[in-house]
Design a protein around this ligand. Structure first.
Ligand code: UGA
Length: 442
């Protein structure tokens, strides 16, 4: 099929590349010419495992192209995916100006039938605004449908998630739109994947409800972790014990320093706001948010309890991205943690396999913040190692080497990357587990 994708962020790029890889003909439009040449050479501006290989494969086959000619992109196909950003506005609501802008451009440029699909995360009933906008700005005689097909892919595993969905949700209002999606997703339904056909409003709501539920699960286990620490029980044992119950499930029950990223924080806030706009107080989600920010504070408290005075101490931080396998630092816990530690005059040595460059835009190098290009280099004469993102590279680190490089063998692990038993010779502190050698404040 011929497909237009508008937007080339994480969702747009992975969607465009993966649809092209399935044999569709895809034209991906972006607003500016920034990175355009690189994309057309198969080099993506984001780090997403497997993506560059797919881009190159599709470019070789001629199934994908990138353009900043929006009119050409709209002419190109009947099926247009809107994958632009829906960031948080000052009020906590989603800022839908980019969605509106694309809807207007489609209206002003379309000359025949279009199926306009929202893939960006949008508040319930946004499709009605998209429909109204297209009606207002088009000449009124051209048929079109608006549908919602929310994306559930995770950064870092986006390509895998696209190809192995737990379910595909599609909200449609016409038989024609329904048929187009059946055709588009045939490769998935043929291998037994679930295609849930519903209304656009329900599809929009499913996305916010899913992300908020997952965020709630994380805050729940983080609160249980707090209790575990007090009573000396390993939170992983509890997560396993409850996770085997299929009604609960083990995933998203990893305790740590809380969720970050471009989705959960903003989507939880947007969902609270949507409920508020309908006269409902979603206290459960407000608590979810509160627990999430407390986790960062608790981590910093732990650092203070262990190190006492941070001033002039060498503190190494491994991991800046909001999760492993991405270079994304949006709302990453590392931001608050680095900011607070910086305020205490500690000497910070930072290392992340991919996100260092993005982080430098927020925290440029200075006499107290140094970026290292190697994880071991960052440890030399260190008084403490803080583990913030659970990259495999850290899990597989040579712990003897770590110990020998550091001035003091202190590790404060915000992601429970290691089992306490293998940490002999270290003062090792983690989350939701008994910290046997926890220093007490005098
Ligand atoms: C999330 C959803 O998982 C996707 O289904 C959705 O498509 C996406 O948002 C989106 O709306 O676009 P993403 O934010 O990329 O995906 O990453 P996640 O794997 O969900 O992780 C989010 C945060 O939760 C990370 O900071 C991660 O460290 C944290 N997390 C995750 C935990 O603290 N514990 C866990 O057990 C799982």
């Amino acid at each position: 099929m011929k497909i237009t994708v508008i937007g080339s962020g994480y969702v747009g790029l992975v969607t465009a590349a993966c649809f092209a890889d399935l044999g569709n003909q895809v034209l991906c439009a972006k607003k500016t010419s920034k990175n355009l040449d690189k994309l057309n050479q198969g080099i993506s501006h984001i780090y997403e495992p497997g993506l560059d290989e797919i881009l190159n494969r599709c470019l070789d086959k001629g199934t994908i192209e990138f353009t900043n000619d929006i009119k050409r992109a709209i002419d190109f196909s009947d099926l247009i995916f809107i994958c632009v950003g829906t960031p948080q506005s000052e009020t906590g609501k989603a800022d839908l100006s980019q969605v509106e802008d694309v809807a207007r451009q489609i209206a002003e440029n379309m000359t025949d039938y279009k199926l306009i699909v929202e893939k960006s995360t949008v508040p319930v009933n946004t499709h009605q605004w998209v429909k109204k906008t297209v009606q207002r700005y088009s000449n009124g005689n051209i048929q079109f449908d608006v549908a919602s097909n929310p994306e559930f892919l995770r950064e870092g595993t986006g390509v895998y998630d696209f190809n192995n969905p737990d379910r595909i949700v599609v909200g449609v209002e016409s038989e024609n739109a329904h048929k187009i999606f059946q055709e588009l997703y045939r490769p998935f339904t043929e291998k037994g994947d679930v295609l849930l056909i519903t209304t656009p409003a329900a599809a929009e709501l499913i996305k916010h409800a899913s992300n908020s539920f997952l965020a709630m699960k994380i805050s729940y286990i983080n609160m249980v972790a707090e209790l575990c620490e007090k009573v000396g029980i390993d939170v992983n044992m509890i997560a396993d014990g409850i996770g085997y119950d299929q009604r609960i499930g083990r995933s998203f029950l990893n305790a740590g320093i809380g969720y970050g990223g471009s989705c959960f924080p903003k989507d939880v806030r947007a969902f609270i706001k949507i409920a508020e706009d309908h006269g409902l107080d979603f206290g459960l989600l407000r608590e979810t948010e509160k627990i999430n920010s407390q986790m960062r504070e608790r981590f910093l408290e732990k650092v203070e309890n262990v190190l006492w005075i941070n001033k002039d101490k060498n503190i190494t931080i491994w991991g800046l991205a909001f999760k492993p396998d991405t270079d994304d630092i949006r709302e990453a816990p590392s931001i608050d943690i680095v900011r607070k530690l910086y305020e205490t005059d500690a000497n910070l040595r930072l290392y992340d396999p991919q996100a260092g460059e993005n982080f430098q835009n927020l925290f440029p190098e200075n006499e107290n913040i140094r970026y290292c290009s190697d994880k071991y280099e960052a440890l030399k004469d260190s008084d403490a190692l803080l583990l913030i993102t659970e990259w495999d590279e850290f899990k597989n680190a040579d712990l003897n080497k770590v110990k020998n490089l550091m001035r003091l063998p202190i590790i404060i692990d915000g992601r429970n990357m290691f089992e306490s038993e293998i940490m002999e010779g270290f003062e090792y502190y983690s989350v939701g587990r008994e910290n046997t050698n926890q220093s007490e404040k005098p």
